[in-house]
Write a protein that binds this ligand. Structure first.
Ligand SMILES: O=c1[nH]c(=O)c2[nH]c(=O)[nH]c2[nH]1
Length: 287
């Protein structure tokens, strides 16, 4: 009985690339999830462990970032073609390349040229508690993903023996807002109130120069209560969706805050409540 190697391929899955184009005040972003899968003369690596024909998947990932810096990202199709042709043309052992690109759409938050909200994502939520004589209504949303390409820093924090994080004077700030806000009364214009709170959350995220996500969180909550007299409390949960500027120096390229790895985990998780000092207690509705 003979045993042979059948079809095979290998590559780097899910390289999360964010490309920021900073020409002028109106920044552009491209947010992609890129998969690379290559095939060719891969018999030896499987049968004998000889890696001579293998372009490491780590290199494939670096190539995604480097070509994004060099050529920019126009369309998903164009970037896919660029990568696929690059791998086949540059490596004699690579005969076939399959590149998949998912592109996530962002809309502008009109307050600035550098603020964006992920299209069509959020879920609206409501919770109601009622017993004789007491009713509480909490409205909310989750998965409202927002991003500022500038106007955010993080400096001046504790430095202990385990700190390696470099101070950032100009970073991308992105988060997926989960917010729940409590109404004073049980009769409201729910749709209108929801639309206004959503607007204020977006506009405050966009318009606040951020020294930390904590500061942005408080500014958003405070502004909602200032603008919406029908509300008495808001609770916010905001993961820090880290965007790390990719070091392209090993490839002889600079990276003036244009090419980012959008990391999914671990992430900072920032949570806070903002409330009026006369807000009646209502723990039951939050349980
Ligand atoms: O806005 C931030 N707040 C933090 O507490 C924190 N910690 C960290 O590593 N990065 C950040 N960013």
């Amino acid at each position: 009985m003979g045993i042979v190697l059948g079809p095979n391929r290998y590559g780097k899955a899910e390289t999360r690339l964010v490309r920021v184009d900073r020409d002028g005040d109106a920044h552009q972003i491209k947010d992609l999830n890129v998969g690379v899968s290559l095939a060719g003369d891969m018999t030896d690596v499987h049968l004998t462990g000889d890696n001579a024909a293998v372009l490491p998947t780590d290199t494939q990932k670096n190539t995604v970032f480097a070509l994004a810096r060099k050529h920019g990202v126009d369309t998903a199709e164009g970037f896919g073609l660029l990568l696929a042709r690059h791998f086949v043309a540059s490596q004699p052992t690579i005969r076939r390349a399959c590149v998949t690109v998912e592109e996530y759409a962002w809309d502008r938050v009109p307050v600035t040229g550098h603020s964006f909200v992920r299209r069509g994502q959020e879920v609206r939520t409501a919770r109601v508690f009622h017993e004789e004589g007491r009713t509480h209504v909490v409205s909310g949303l989750r998965d409202l993903t927002v991003l500022n390409t500038t106007g955010s820093e993080f400096r001046g924090y504790i430095q202990d023996e385990f700190t390696t994080l470099p101070e950032a004077g100009d970073r991308v700030l992105a988060t997926e807002v989960r917010a729940e806000w409590r109404h004073r009364d049980a009769d409201g214009y729910w749709d209108a109130s929801y639309a206004e709170v959503r607007r204020v959350l977006l506009e405050t995220f966009a318009g606040t120069y951020s020294r930390s996500l904590q500061q942005t969180l408080y500014a958003m909550g405070r502004r909602v209560l200032e603008e919406r007299p029908e509300l008495c409390e808001i609770r916010l949960v905001m993961p820090n969706k880290h965007h790390f500027a990719v070091d392209l120096e090993p490839f002889g390229m600079d990276n003036p805050n244009e090419v980012f790895l959008a990391a999914d985990r671990p992430y900072g998780l920032i949570e806070g409540t903002v409330l009026r000092d006369d807000a009646p207690a209502a723990e039951e509705v939050w349980r």
